[in-house]
Design a protein around this ligand. Structure first.
Ligand code: HEC
Length: 253
């Protein structure tokens, strides 16, 4: 009996959000609005400007993104394509969003090669990403001078520092279940300002995460609208079926 209760509890954990709440700071919720194309366009601009130096989106083509987010080929070429092909010409709109980073060089520089981010929103989830990108803080003991409260000892530098500014952690000592003292980050204090206010920065990160969520499953919006269509069809069909049943059975009593 006890065992069954445990199994049920474990099965329910993700649904109740325990598994995802992570026990880290910051731990704020994010709602990705799939109809907000403007936010995703801003996110795409942030991505190509700040992330694509190191991270590719190997499963996404520029013009597919353009089509889904309402960006014309001309605008793509002018504002969003900074990579070049083998001959040194600007990458074509029909190409995949790959980069030419040398893996070995990256490993020496950062300890780990920056992974492709096509599926990151699926593996980590928007909630994790939103807090990760707001979790960088100054830590002199790390090779790049920064650490991350959501991904401790991360190899990635704080690339958005110009926007967010620098912050230091507010640390409290907590006892864990075994009674051992443990240092926990419970907040941040700003050390220097970036070009954005905290609210603007949070919004920018939300845009970026919305974009990554779209990249992880470009078909999601379509799937949802097809789903709604199917439900409407089934509903109409149900009414017809009920009427038909009434018609068939009206003389049988
Ligand atoms: C200077 C290179 C560089 C840039 C620019 C960069 N990153 Fe990273 N990023 C890394 C490296 C290196 C790692 C691997 C860190 C590790 O595993 O310790 C990483 C890891 C990550 C991860 C975690 C992946 C995982 O293992 O789950 C995410 C998410 C991420 N980066 C997002 C971004 C976003 C979004 C941007 C743009 C705002 C960006 N990165 C810009 C180098 C970079």
């Amino acid at each position: 009996m006890k065992k069954t209760v445990w199994i049920i509890a474990v099965l329910l954990m993700p649904a109740l959000g325990w598994a995802n709440s992570g026990g880290f700071y910051p731990n704020d919720e994010i709602d990705v609005d799939w109809s907000d194309k403007a936010a995703m366009q801003r996110g795409a601009a942030l991505f190509v400007n700040y992330c694509m130096g190191c991270h590719s989106l190997e499963y996404m083509r520029y013009n597919r993104m353009g089509k889904d987010l309402g960006i014309s080929d001309e605008l793509l070429k002018e504002n969003l394509i900074f990579t070049t092909d083998k001959n040194g010409d600007q990458t074509k709109v029909g190409e995949l969003m790959k980069i030419n980073m040398n893996k070995e060089y990256a490993e020496t520089a950062f300890g780990t090669a920056p992974p492709d981010l096509s599926l990151i929103a699926r593996s980590r989830g928007p909630h994790w990403l939103y807090n990760y990108l707001r979790g960088f803080y100054v830590d002199k003991s790390r090779p790049l001078g920064v650490n991350n409260s959501v991904f401790p000892n991360v190899g990635m530098p704080h690339v958005l520092v110009g926007l967010e500014g620098l912050k230091e952690p507010v640390i409290e000592k907590h006892e864990d279940a075994e009674g051992n003292e443990k240092e926990v980050i419970v907040g941040f204090k700003k050390l220097s300002e970036g070009s954005m206010s905290q609210a603007e920065y949070d919004q920018a990160v939300r845009d970026l995460v919305s974009f990554l969520d779209y990249v992880g499953e470009p078909i999601k919006e379509k799937r949802k609208s097809v789903g709604v269509g199917v439900l409407i069809f089934l509903f109409i069909f149900l009414i017809l079926a009920v009427l038909l049943k009434k018609e068939y059975w009206k003389d049988v009593h």
